[in-house]
Design a protein around this ligand. Structure first.
Ligand code: ZN
Length: 469
């Protein structure tokens, strides 16, 4: 058996059968492009595999060295990849600058950081493993507008023919002159290798004489400014003073380009991956550096606690109580994983779990309540009552005690809201019950969320919390 075959054998033992079969098919039959920076949500839809199972399978495959993960910074403006990192550890908090948009963006793990997977050269060699060998437009398509833009072969070719006036490959040190007729439009010269750009604001009376313009590529991530110029003939000198080839093209930055770049794909966010149980299990202590803090605009927190667990120990004795509490943790872990969440930690008899959307957290809460009733029935008595609280909001991802954890007022509020819950009730905040998918879920379960005003310890303002009885 070859090394690859034996790795796939191991993969089959740890991941979903259909997902692994789809991965094998992709490696065998997929084009080079299809194996570079794979968008897992696309992959799951195309191969008819559950998204969570596809994510788990690719995580295991990466652990086995069959694929390489990439944490990509996607520009919110143009969908281009501003930076690609082998780990989340090299993603920094400061602005990422997009030369094409001439704008800087502070990264958030749920809006800007995408996780994609590329086949390992050990498994199959693809052109993107040597980016310098990629043809001009393949480079732009695979390395800059990668998994975030919904391009088909036709729509990409259409973009190039409709909005690109000129494109030229310049080896290191090379210089080239192109003659152009500048239309009365906003023009951008952009190179995706160095991520640098020069803007031309073309307006006014058309000029008859030819003008000389020049763009020198000499550094990375640079915007050389905007030059106002009249329409008409120009000689554009393009010079590469870097030690790598550059691939500048002259784009008409009009409605056609904006329209094409507005067609975004949904992608696997870093936030979603961090709140995936398989990721947490495999990459336990390896997601973030100790002093790293990354922003998340929305994460849903679920806290549970056992009501009266002290009395439980008193009533049934340590051994039986310990056994019951352990069984309850088993049930909660199963429910969290089944609802696409992750257990961040347990504190005594309490559990803190995260979900990428409020409806998943609410589904888990309802599921937990049913599972606890069943567990109690199996144990012949209602010995364990679970109190649950849910809240959604912004937070920071951090590493505490070798563990990926979350920090911020959203986390504090979620814990306090849990403290309000009585036996078997679920307490949730406004952002949770007003989430469209969550409120649909409540309606279809015939459940009503009853509002009440609460003051929470350590939180200045009164808060409306909802009891789901
Ligand atoms: Zn951009």
């Amino acid at each position: 058996m070859s090394e690859t075959e034996s790795r796939f054998t191991v993969l089959r033992q740890s991941a979903d059968h259909d997902a692994v079969a789809a991965i094998e098919r992709l490696v065998r039959e997929g084009s080079d492009r299809a194996l570079n920076r794979i968008n897992l949500l696309d992959f799951a839809a195309a191969s008819n595999v559950n998204e969570e199972k596809a994510i788990a399978a690719f995580l295991h495959a990466s652990r086995l060295g069959l694929f390489d993960m990439s944490w990509n910074l996607l520009c919110p403006g143009c969908g281009g990849i501003l930076d690609a990192n082998a780990t989340l550890k090299t993603v920094h908090r400061e602005d990422y600058h997009c030369a094409l948009c001439a704008a800087g963006y502070e990264p958030t793990l749920d809006e800007m950081v995408e996780v994609s997977f590329s086949v390992s050269p050990r498994l199959r060699r693809i052109a993107a493993h040597d980016p310098n060998s990629l043809p001009f437009w393949e480079y732009t398509r695979q390395l800059f507008w990668s998994s975030g833009i919904d391009f088909s072969d036709d729509s990409f070719a259409q973009m190039v023919s409709e909005v690109v006036l000129e494109s030229i490959e310049l080896p290191p040190g090379a210089k080239s002159v192109v003659s152009l007729q500048l239309p009365d439009q906003f023009i951008i010269v952009f190179d995706p290798v160095t991520h640098s750009s020069q803007f031309f604001d073309v307006k006014g009376e058309p000029a008859t004489e030819c003008r000389d313009l020049s763009v020198v590529f000499n550094k990375a991530h640079a915007h050389f400014g905007t030059l106002a110029i009249q329409p008409g003939p120009v000689r554009l000198v393009l010079e590469n003073r870097t030690d790598q080839r550059v691939l500048p093209a002259v784009y008409i930055a009009g409605d056609a380009l904006h329209h094409m770049l507005s067609r975004r794909k949904k992608f696997l966010t870093a936030n979603r991956l961090l709140t995936n149980q398989t990721f947490r299990d495999i990459y336990r202590t390896d997601a973030l550096d100790v002093d790293q803090q990354l922003k998340i605009t929305s994460l849903s927190f679920l806290f549970t606690d056992l009501k009266g667990s002290t009395e439980l120990y008193e009533r049934v004795g340590d051994l039986v109580a310990y056994d019951l509490v352990k069984a309850h943790f088993g049930v909660l872990n199963e429910v969290v994983a089944a609802e696409a969440g992750a257990v961040v930690k347990t504190i005594g008899d309490a559990v803190m779990a995260t979900f990428s959307t409020p409806d998943r957290a609410l589904a888990a809460a309802l599921h937990m309540r049913r599972a606890m009733l069943k567990l109690n029935a199996e144990r012949r008595g209602e010995d364990m009552l679970l109190k649950i609280g849910i809240h959604e909001g912004p937070c920071l991802a951090v590493t505490v005690n070798d563990r990926l954890d979350y920090f911020g007022q959203t986390v504090n509020i979620a814990a306090r809201v849990q403290g309000l819950a009585m036996s078997r009730s679920i307490f949730a905040t406004e952002p949770v019950v007003q989430d469209p998918a969550a409120s649909r879920m409540l309606a279809s379960a015939g459940l009503v969320a009853v509002p009440q005003s609460a003051s929470l310890r350590g939180i200045a303002d009164k808060l409306t919390v909802y009891e789901i009885a």
